[in-house]
Every structure is written in structure tokens, then in C-alpha cells.
Write a protein that binds this ligand. Structure first.
Ligand SMILES: *Cc1c(COP(=O)(O)O)cnc(C)c1O
Length: 408
């Protein structure tokens, strides 16, 4: 049973009953609407209270203390579980705390993890730090190459150690490489490993990794889910009720759950995710058209392009190519400087997935901590610019880009 089908402890009448037969998308995006039975508030009220009264010694309320449970945060958890097609969701203080929580829940001390060689820098740093303290061991693998994954999975044949977790991140950053979620899940499960996918770049409206066999989905809700660049947050959604409960339990034990206010803002942002993604997609198509036809641009990396190596796979497991892309300018770092110097309409900043258009220079910004060698392996060059296309009027974005490209 889907978690969103069970009435919230905080809801008076059951909104979900009246949503029967409607799509998961509809039910997820409207979770918590029209459930207030005190005032018939259309938008769910926010519960800031840290504690909830007992009805006598035998009357523990469903929610007693906000670290473990909070009506507002639980609504967001149900919304995301519904959208991902999972059994339950836990909302955390950041994407990184969601990732740390999941790893801690499924990897025993000394356990082995396989992660993509070009995964998010924060994930890389967490696994590298925990490998340094002896908490776990990690192998970095190009997961778009299934034979290398198979080799890593069978490395411990006949030994007591085995791989506990295979981490997937697709599309990757900043080259938008696509990993086959179904194939990786099959190989990992055949060896008894748990599979978790970082779905930050797509959001559940463009990709639902649980449908392709992943056991858990984690997300930095800081990005598309909230979408307004004003909350840092994360989530873990699990395929089974049992693992969802295990994650929820551990989140309370460690204390990484999100604040009610952040949860409320994120739920507010989530309402428009479907509409935002449509404009993101429209704008991205037009920007890609400009970039691929401009002589100052040497290469464009976007899974919607016919020559992108992951195009077929993206069509299979994604409902759209997304609004993140990277491109390489003719003329190296100097060309990048000329492009950025005076660029209007786009902010030079890290992060992604907000309503505002951003550019970043992975070589000196998001991927600066990587060694020259690691950058070369991951394909991060000095002439590369990454773009998160926003939802501003397309004509203006195109005009600003054109202006900047003419300077290159
Ligand atoms: C931003 C990001 C994270 C980390 O999330 P925070 O909310 O910043 O902690 C993890 N994975 C990916 C792919 C990200 O883009």
C-alpha cells in the first residue's frame, strides 16, 4: 500500500479518499490540501509545536515530539513517497544528511560500497571521509560500463566481506552521463547488495528509480523539489514499508530530520513542480538550439541531443531530458572569462534546479576539490560551462546568451 493512502494522524477528514482513481502525480502534488477540519483551510497549516500532549499514561499520541514526527514534515514525506511510487519517505535537513542517513542504515561497519566515479562532490567527500575512518570501504566505478561494475561486485568472491550498497547517480554532473538503473539494480541484487539512486537531477516527475528496481531514492530537495533556492533539504523514499520504517526510525535516533518550516516551504514549492518543469523544458530546448548552432560553442552535453551517448537510455528511464546541460567554449578559460564577463540573465553560482537561470564553471567551482587527474577522468575541462536553465521568459534568456556568446 502506498504511504499516501493512509490518513495523516493530523488530518481530520480524509482528503486522500476523494482523490481515489486520480494519478499519483495529482495525489502527490496536492498532498495535504483540504485536510484541515478546524477551519477548512485550503492550504495545510504549519505545525511548529515541538511536542504533543499525551491523553494519560496509556495515551501516547501518534506524534509526541517533532524530531521523530511532525505533521507538516510527514505531509511532505507522504507527498514525495507518492510521487516516487515508494512505501514511505523521510524528510531530512539536507540532501547530504539524507545520503548519510541512508548509507548508515544499510551499510554495516566495515561494509563495502560501490559508487560512481563521477558522483556528486559531497557524496564523494562523505564516502571518502568514512573510508578514512574505517567506517566502510568504497570503490569508484564507471557505472555506465556494466562489465566494470560486475568486476567490482565480484571482487570479494569467497571472502566474508561483500558489497552492501551500490550507489547510482543519473544523470551525472556535469556531463549528464546516463546510468542504466534497471541493469545496475539487477547486477547488484544478484550479489545481495542494496541499490540507492540519487534522483536530484530529475525529480520524481522525470524519473522514478524505484520503478526500475532501486530499493531507495534519495534527493536533494534543495534543487527541483523546492525549486526556489531558499531551502536546504533532502529526502529518502524507500520501496518497502519495512525499510521506510527503518530509515524513519534511524532519522529520529540520529536527529537529522528537517524543520517544520523548511518542510512547509518545500511542500509549497512542490505544488508547482509539474508546471515549473514544463517551462524549464521549453526554455532548455530553445537554449540548446542556440548553443548547438553557435560557432563559439564546441560541444553541448545534454541527453536530449541525437549524438548524446545516453540518449536512448534517457528515453527509456526518463520522462524528459531535463534542464541541466553543459557546453564547451572554443578558446579555453579565456573564452569562459569573456563569456561570463557581463553575462546578463544568468547568475554565476553553484546549485541548480531553481526558478532562476544559473551558470557555473565546474573546473574552478563545483569540481574544484577534485585532482587534475580526476577532473580529466570525469571529463571536466577548463572550457566547460554548466547551465541550470530557469523559467524566465525564453526570449530574454536567448538574447542574453547571444550577447555573451558574441564576446567569445
Ligand atoms: C546538491 C546535491 C546533493 C546534496 O544536497 P544538499 O541539499 O546540498 O545537501 C546531492 N546530490 C546531488 C546530485 C546534488 O546536486
Amino acid at each position: 500500500m502506498n504511504a499516501a493512502d493512509s490518513p495523516s494522524p493530523a488530518s481530520g477528514h480524509d482528503h486522500q479518499a476523494s482523490m481515489e482513481g486520480l494519478s499519483a502525480r495529482m495525489r502527490g502534488l496536492t498532498t495535504g490540501m483540504n485536510v484541515d477540519n478546524q477551519h477548512n483551510a485550503v492550504v495545510p497549516p504549519i505545525y511548529l509545536s515541538t511536542n504533543y500532549g499525551f491523553e494519560g499514561l496509556d495515551g501516547r499520541p501518534p506524534i509526541d515530539y517533532s524530531r521523530g514526527g511532525n505533521p507538516t514534515r510527514d505531509q511532505l514525506g507522504r507527498a514525495l513517497a507518492t510521487l516516487e511510487g515508494g512505501a514511505g519517505g523521510t524528510i531530512t535537513s539536507s540532501g547530504m544528511s539524507a545520503i548519510a542517513l541512508l548509507i548508515d542504515a544499510v551499510v554495516p561497519v566495515g561494509g563495502h560500497v560501490i559508487a560512481p566515479h563521477d558522483c556528486y562532490g559531497g557524496t564523494w567527500r562523505l564516502l571518502d571521509t568514512w573510508a578514512g575512518t574505517g567506517r566502510l570501504t568504497v570503490d569508484w566505478v564507471d557505472e555506465t560500463d556494466l562489465p566494470s561494475l560486475q568486476t567490482a561486485l565480484t571482487a570479494f568472491e569467497g571472502q566474508e566481506v561483500r558489497t552492501s550498497l551500490v550507489w547510482i547517480e543519473t544523470p551525472s554532473n556535469p556531463l549528464l552521463r546516463i546510468t542504466d538503473i534497471a541493469a545496475v539494480s539487477r547486477l547488484a541484487h544478484a550479489r545481495g547488495a542494496v541499490v540507492a539512486a540519487d534522483n536530484t537531477f530529475c525529480s520524481p516527475l522525470l524519473q522514478r528509480p524505484l520503478e526500475f528496481g532501486a530499493d531507495h531514492v534519495i534527493s536533494s530537495d534543495t534543487k527541483f523539489i523546492n525549486g526556489h533556492s531558499d531551502v536546504v533539504g533532502g529526502s529518502v523514499v524507500s520501496a518497502t514499508a519495512e525499510s521506510a520504517e527503518q530509515i524513519r526510525y534511524l532519522a529520529n535516533v540520529i536527529g537529522v530530520t528537517a524543520s517544520p518550516f523548511d518542510s512547509w516551504l518545500t511542500l509549497r514549492g512542490l505544488r508547482t513542480l509539474d508546471a515549473r518543469l514544463r517551462v524549464h523544458a521549453e526554455n532548455t530546448e530553445r537554449i540548446v538550439e542556440l548553443l548547438t548552432s553557435h560557432p563559439a560553442v564546441n560541444a553541448v552535453h545534454w541527453p536530449g541531443l541525437p549524438d548524446h551517448p545516453g540518449r536512448r537510455l534517457a528515453r527509456k528511464q526518463q520522462d524528459g531530458p531535463g534542464s541541466l546541460l553543459s557546453f564547451e567554449l572554443d578558446g579555453g578559460i579565456d573564452a569562459v572569462r569573456r563569456f561570463l564577463d557581463g553575462l546578463r540573465g544568468f547568475t554565476l553560482a553553484e546549485s541548480l534546479g531553481g526558478v532562476e537561470s544559473l551558470v557555473c564553471h565546474p573546473f574552478t567551482m563545483t569540481h574544484a576539490a577534485m585532482s587534475e587527474r580526476a577532473k580529466a577522468d570525469a571529463g571536466v575541462t577548463e572550457s566547460m560551462v554548466r547551465m541550470s536553465v530557469g523559467i524566465e521568459p525564453a526570449g530574454d534568456l536567448l538574447a542574453c546568451l547571444h550577447e555573451a556568446l558574441e564576446r567569445v
